[in-house]
Design a protein around this ligand. Structure first.
Ligand SMILES: *[C@@H]1O[C@H](CO)[C@@H](O)[C@H](O)[C@H]1NC(C)=O
Ligand SMILES: *[C@@H]1O[C@H](CO)[C@@H](O)[C@H](O)[C@H]1NC(C)=O
Ligand SMILES: *[C@@H]1O[C@H](CO)[C@@H](O)[C@H](O)[C@H]1NC(C)=O
Length: 445
C-alpha cells in the first residue's frame, strides 16, 4: 500500500528489494527468451527477403550520438535512423541497423555500477524493434562481420559557413572536418576512437560530411557514393526527422516496447504501492505493438498523480520555465485535490539536498527506489524506464518543460490511450508569464 510504504521507508525499500529479487530470476529467463525470439525473427526476416536478395548485398548501418546527449534524446535519434534504414531498403541493398550499445551517459551516475556495453535487449524488446525494421545488437554485428571493423565512419557536421544567404536548403557534401577529429590513426593505419567502449573496434576510414536536412538526404550518399559494407554515422543527431510525428515516426516509436522484465517490475510496483492494475485502469497492453490501437480517452489510469520533476542542469541555468520545489509541490497538491487523488508518484533526478527538501514538503510522495543490487541489475536506464512506465499509467500526469524524459512519457500515454488533457501538462516557472503547455502529437496509424 502506498501510504504504508511512505511512512516506513525502510520497510518499503526492503520489500521492493525482495519483490525485484523475485523479478531478477524472471529477468534472466526473459532475457534468454528474447534472444531466441529475436534470432528467429531476424533470420525469418532475412529468409523472407532471400529470393530478392540475389542482387542485394547485406550492408550495415551503425551510428552514434554526440556524447553529452542523454538516454531519451538518443531514443529519438534511433527513430531517425530507423527511418533512414527503411528508405535505404526501398532500393538497392539489404541494410540492417546496428544498435549502438548503451553506456557512459552523463546522467547515469550511480557509482560503481558497470554501465558500458549494455545491449538494447536490456531495455527494449528486440522482437518488437525487429517487427519495424531489421536491427541487430553490436556484438552480433561483430560476429557476422568477422571482427570489430567498421569500413567507413562518416562524421556528420554542420556547414562551416552556416546557411548561405540565410537560406535553408537541404544539402550534403564531403568537407574538411570542422571540429577536431575524435578519431586517430594507429600504427597499422586503422582509426581508433570511442566505439561504445569496445577498445578493439577500429575503423578503416573516417571522413567528415557536412549535412543539412532530413535523415533521408544521406540515402543517396550511402547507396551511390559509398560501396563498402559497414558504414557508421557519427553525430547522427545532426540529421532531422524525415516526418516528425508522421506514420513512420509513430510506427518506429510504437515498436520501441520496453523490455518485458522492466514492465513487469513497474506493474508490480503499481499494484503493490499505487493500487493500480491494468484491468481496473483500462490500460491493457498488447505484447504485439502492431495491435496496440487504444482509443484516445479509453485509458483511465491508476488512482495517483504521476509527476516527472526534472532538476539538476534544468535549475542550474535558472531557467524561467522550471519551478522552485515549493512551487512544484503547490501545483501537485492542487492537482491531487482537483482530480481527487490521494497519492502522488514522483520521478526525479533531484540531488540529495533537493530530495531532502522535497521529502520535507511532500512527505507522502511515492518513489521507485531500487536497492543497490537491483540497481546493478536494472542500471540507471532500467530505472528510468520503470519510472516512465509508472508515470505513463497515472490517472493524471504532469512533467517538466522541454524535457525529453517527459516527452517520452507523453508518447507512452498516447499509445495507452489517455485523454490528452491528462497527459500534455507541465509545471510552470514560479514567475513565468506565458506558460505554454506541451503539444499534443496524435498517433498516425
Ligand atoms: C556523391 O557523388 C556525386 C556524383 O559523383 C558527387 O557529385 C557528390 O558530391 C558526392 N557526394 C558526397 C557527399 O560525397
Ligand atoms: C575514405 O573515404 C573517402 C570517402 O568515401 C574516400 O574518398 C577515400 O578514398 C577513402 N580513403 C581510403 C584510403 O579508402
Ligand atoms: C483500490 O482501488 C479500488 C477501486 O479502484 C478500491 O475499491 C479499493 O478500496 C482500493 N484499495 C485500497 C487499498 O486503497
Amino acid at each position: 500500500m502506498a501510504h504504508g510504504a511512505v511512512h516506513t521507508p525502510d520497510v518499503c525499500i526492503a520489500s521492493i528489494y525482495s519483490f525485484t529479487a523475485f523479478c531478477s530470476s524472471i529477468l534472466v529467463a526473459f532475457a534468454a527468451l528474447e534472444t531466441v525470439n529475436a534470432d528467429n525473427a531476424f533470420s525469418a526476416s532475412r529468409a523472407a527477403t532471400a529470393p530478392v536478395a540475389a542482387a542485394r548485398d547485406l550492408r550495415y548501418l551503425l551510428y552514434d550520438v554526440n556524447p553529452p546527449e542523454g538516454f531519451n534524446l538518443r531514443r529519438d535519434v534511433y527513430i531517425r535512423m530507423a527511418s533512414m534504414v527503411k528508405t535505404l531498403r526501398k532500393e538497392g541493398d539489404d541494410w540492417v541497423l546496428v544498435l549502438p550499445p548503451w553506456g557512459r551517459l552523463y546522467h547515469w551516475q550511480s557509482p560503481n555500477v558497470h554501465q558500458v556495453h549494455i545491449p538494447w535487449g536490456e531495455f527494449f524488446s528486440l522482437t518488437s524493434l525487429q517487427a519495424n525494421v531489421p536491427v541487430i545488437e553490436y556484438e552480433e554485428f561483430i560476429a557476422e562481420n568477422g571482427g570489430p571493423f567498421i569500413d567507413q565512419v562518416l562524421v556528420l557536421q554542420n556547414y562551416a559557413e552556416g546557411w548561405t544567404d540565410g537560406k535553408w536548403e537541404e544539402k550534403v557534401d564531403e568537407r574538411p572536418c570542422v571540429d577536431k577529429l575524435m578519431y586517430s590513426k594507429d600504427k597499422q593505419g586503422y582509426y581508433r576512437g570511442w566505439f561504445w567502449g569496445y577498445e578493439e573496434t577500429r575503423a578503416r576510414n573516417v571522413t567528415c560530411i557536412s549535412a543539412q536536412g532530413h535523415a533521408s538526404i544521406m540515402a543517396p550518399v550511402l547507396q551511390k557514393n559509398i560501396t563498402v559494407t559497414s558504414v557508421m554515422l557519427d553525430r547522427a543527431e545532426t540529421l532531422l526527422h524525415d516526418h516528425y510525428a508522421g506514420k513512420d515516426y509513430w510506427d518506429t516509436r510504437r515498436s520501441m516496447v520496453f523490455a518485458k522484465h522492466l514492465r513487469l517490475i513497474g506493474d508490480g510496483f503499481r499494484e503493490k504501492y499505487l493500487n493500480s492494475t491494468d484491468d481496473r485502469d483500462h490500460t491493457i497492453y498488447s505484447e504485439d505493438w502492431t495491435r496496440m490501437k487504444a482509443k484516445l480517452g479509453s485509458a483511465k489510469g491508476g488512482p495517483y498523480l504521476g509527476v516527472h520533476l526534472r532538476r539538476k542542469d534544468f535549475i542550474w541555468g535558472h531557467r524561467e520555465d522550471v519551478p522552485s520545489l515549493k512551487g512544484a509541490v503547490k501545483k501537485m497538491r492542487s492537482l491531487m485535490k482537483k482530480h481527487k487523488l490521494d497519492t502522488v508518484f514522483v520521478a526525479t533526478d533531484a540531488d540529495e539536498e533537493e530530495l531532502r527538501e522535497l521529502k520535507g514538503l511532500l512527505p507522502d510522495m511515492v518513489r521507485f527506489e531500487p536497492s543497490r543490487e537491483d540497481l546493478e541489475l536494472l542500471k540507471d536506464g532500467g530505472v528510468a524506464i520503470i519510472d516512465q512506465w509508472i508515470c505513463a499509467h497515472a490517472r493524471f500526469f504532469i512533467g517538466t518543460s522541454v524535457s525529453t524524459f517527459s516527452f517520452r512519457i507523453h508518447e507512452e500515454r498516447e499509445i495507452l490511450g489517455f485523454d490528452p488533457k491528462a497527459t500534455y501538462n507541465r509545471f510552470c516557472g514560479d514567475t513565468e508569464k506565458d506558460c505554454e503547455q506541451p503539444t499534443h502529437w496524435k498517433i498516425v496509424f
